[in-house]
Structures are given as structure tokens and as C-alpha cells.
Design a protein around this ligand. Structure first.
Ligand code: NI
Length: 136
């Protein structure tokens, strides 16, 4: 499966963005508030590699508890999916479990995403491939 981004959980998004920029990353999408998950999200690119920075916006965010385990570190890899339902079924048959069922992702132009987990590789995200062949 083709990788869309590596998702980093961060405590202070602005500071993490600056640090990635110093490493040579360029901001691809400015900060967007995701009301579904109560997080702030931005995307940066380094060549063809993309990272997503995810900052819980409040202690009420469902992602906030993850800061204990994943402070400023990658915690999921997101893959393009041409068919979310087919990929979900095939991954379930391979031992993955859905941890967040199909929901829109405001920071991904409102496309649908699914989060799944496997005991062997942890959390993955699937995002619907954009119409029109865009690589975002
Ligand atoms: Ni993601």
C-alpha cells in the first residue's frame, strides 16, 4: 500500500513545525482544526515524504491520553485506499481491528479515513485516494 503520511503526535505543534522546517521540511498545509477529534493538524513535506503533526487541542481530545505514550513521536502510518471497505475487510481478515470506524477528516479535504490496529505493527490509517490524481 502506498504511504500518504507518517502521523506524529506532538505536544506543541508550532514548535514541532519549526523543528521540522529546520530539518528541511516545507509546510504543505497550514494548521487545520479537526472538530471530529479535537486536534490541530498540519502537513509538512520533505521531498516525497509527508508528515502529519497532530496536537490535541484540549484535555478532552480523544488523542490527549496518547500523549503519555507518544509525546512528540510517530504513532501511525497512513496509506492511500482506493476502496476503504474492501481494504478494511482484507485487513480485518489479516488480523487488524478497527479502532475508529469511517469518519471524515477535515484536514484531508473531508475525505473518509479509518483507523485500525494490529498487534504486530500498531496503528494504521487508511485515507480515500483523492479524486483527480492529486497525491495529497
Ligand atoms: Ni494521519
Amino acid at each position: 500500500m502506498k504511504v500518504h503520511h507518517v502521523g506524529y503526535l506532538v505536544k506543541r505543534l508550532a514548535r514541532s513545525e519549526e523543528a521540522f522546517v529546520r530539518l528541511g521540511y516545507k509546510i504543505e498545509r497550514e494548521v487545520c482544526y479537526d472538530h471530529v477529534r479535537d486536534v490541530n493538524i498540519s502537513f509538512l513535506k520533505n521531498g516525497s515524504e509527508r508528515v502529519e503533526l497532530i496536537e490535541p487541542a484540549s484535555k478532552g481530545s480523544p488523542l490527549y491520553p496518547l500523549l503519555k505514550n507518544y509525546k512528540n513521536s510517530p504513532y501511525h502510518i497512513c496509506y492511500f485506499s482506493d476502496d476503504l471497505e474492501a481494504d478494511r475487510k482484507s485487513l480485518e481478515a489479516d488480523g487488524f481491528m478497527v479502532i475508529q470506524d469511517t469518519q471524515i477528516a477535515p484536514a484531508l479535504d473531508g475525505r473518509n479515513v479509518i483507523f485500525m490496529v494490529s498487534a504486530d505493527i500498531g496503528i494504521i490509517e487508511l485515507v480515500e485516494t483523492a479524486e483527480g490524481g492529486s497525491d495529497f
